[in-house]
Design a protein around this ligand. Sequence first.
Ligand code: MRU
Length: 366
Amino acid sequence: MLVDGRPYRSIWSAADGEGVEIIDQTLLPFVFRVVRLATLADAAHAIRDMQVRGAPLIGATAAYGIWLGLREGLSKAHLTAMAAELIACRPTAVNLRWAVERMLAHLVPLPEQERRAAALAEAELICTEDVRTNEAIGQHGLTLIEEIWRKKGEQGTVNLLTHCNAGWLATVDWGTALAPVYAAAAKGIPMHVWVDETRPRNQGASLTAWELGKAGIAHQLIVDNAGGHLMQHGMVDLCIVGSDRTTASGDVCNKIGTYLKALAAQANKVPFYVALPGSTVDWQLHDGVADIPIEERSENEVLFMQGRDEQGTVRRVGIAPAQTRAFNPAFDVTPAHLVSGLITERGLCAASQEGLRQLYPEQVHD
Ligand code: MRU
């Protein structure tokens, strides 16, 4: 996507062939800084501290991390140790495990001296595929937006609500939930996006609002508690969110607060769609609430907020009494029955075992 007229992806291999470059997402929207990753430790740190985040992007970063780490050793034992270190960085988004396992499956059978070049090629392929996948998600999601636009008599705007950031910053390019928005805008459909601020880390306020602004798409930031009210008053035509892990039965795990939006959407008959690549489906799991590990992050993310003061200085401020403790589950699970449908790179389907199996028949093993 374009940033001030210049095309960017969220991650790329450096021109000197020695490292990887990312946009440091902990600094947005205040500072746009490209950071270089040179080692496995750099990649692990970038994932853990959320310089990169979003399920597809952490998978891509881990893939490059394996390449970087092969400088320190080429053996199978080293590969296995790197895989374990990377997978442990963030437990919920399954794309991380998917990408690391794909890298190992590709590299382990090769002679050691071929592994570095092959790792770079495979990491690049994961990125290229991610871009294609998200573009396809955009085109399939576009059909939903076009239908709403037709029903509105092609008048006014299509009002879409999204939670967290599932835009191009969360993937290599295009995004998942925002890919249909970009596709609709490119077709000339007037879009307006309600952006949930997404406490505690404010991915909506700092990332989604930033990338929609750069793309020139109309949007307004709302507090996380506003969505139900807007839906009651007919101000939301459609919700689209992303996913960090989807079970084989269509339960969807996404940023904390997604579940409440799905409940409000169902109560108000607002379509609630989830956009995801096939790599986000954990085919071994069937009960999302019981089985998906939910990352618990530092209580400081709840107790403090970062922002820019009137003088333009970025500061971190406390928002609770000094002795108050906090609890910070980073994701929640929306059961399949609350999801109107899934938007994948292979098309739309019901959020159910049957729906997913129809689109991904190669995953049916019984
Ligand atoms: O904690 P984050 O910022 O990594 O969480 C990201 C999300 O929850 C996204 O909605 C999800 O990864 C889908 S990204 C295409």
